[in-house]
Ligand binder design. Sequence first.
Ligand code: TRP
Length: 339
Amino acid sequence: MSEIPEKKPTKPVVLTCAQPTGRLHLGNYLGAVLNWGRMQQDYDCFFGIVDQHAITVRQVPAELRDNTYSCLAQYMACGLDPARSHLFAQSHVLGHTELAWILGCICPLGQLERMTQFKDKARKQESIDAGLLYYPVLMAADILLYNAELVPVGDDQKQHLELARDLAEKFNHRYSDTFKVPEPFISKVGSRIMSLQDPTAKMSKSDPNQASTVYITDRPEEIRKKIMSSVTDSGAEVRAGDDKPGVTNLLTIMSACTGRSLDVLQSEFSGKGYGDFKKAVADAVVATLDPVRLRYDDLIKDREALNKVFKAGAEQAQAVAFKTLSKVNRKVGFVERPR
Ligand code: TRP
């Protein structure tokens, strides 16, 4: 047998996107973005900032623009690396809305009307715009445009991903094999980072009590204050358990920040009080987030540099998007675009 190792197959494509709305918190970081960063080694990663999705609810234009820059800087600060991955803004790449149109033409209206996120959002609004209903089709286009195999998403996006799979299969069946059918990748940790004030609810940026949520750009003093005033449980023992949601949450956070297991942490803190424990949790979170915040502060100052990242990312993404789109256009029977 030959000594020469087999030629490595090309790396599978991972794609995930996030709306440019505000700041990332500790739950987003530990549960999602940290993992995305780790995937860059073994996968060809596309990370999209989906500004076109963001306008399905009303936005203040200047804020949307600022948030889009801020979002890019936050992701880079968290370790998403434009030298290894493709970081781009959705509106910079021609093809997302084009493919969404074509997919919409094979998408049953009823399936969109049954989306739980649509129903939730629609209930809260007086009048419903078509974009809100169409949102999951655009998301399917984001994924299929790059032939993504693996799509890291939160639990709340599972139904949308199911639609993307259905549309891929339907297109493949109706025309011919074109799209990979994407698999969701759902991280377990993220859904376990809970509010510091109500450990039965997920940590969230829309929590009215902002002491509940640690942001990745919080200063060390703010982080310490929030953790020291977090809700704990009756009894004085530092241990995880269903009867101890507050302490369990802090243990989970500390474990994710330090890489030490719950068991190790529990034995380390056995016999110690909540005060000492919280101090240690705060130290661990500060040690994790402080480098992130410092990188963010640097990155956000330099819009020219961020523009360069957007430009390179758009070019890389566009090359793939054009290829997929011309294949798709041909299959559905459009005349080849005159050159
Ligand atoms: N709907 C997703 C969210 O709100 C964002 C999103 C848009 C997305 N397009 C995507 C996520 C494609 C994964 C893949 O979280």
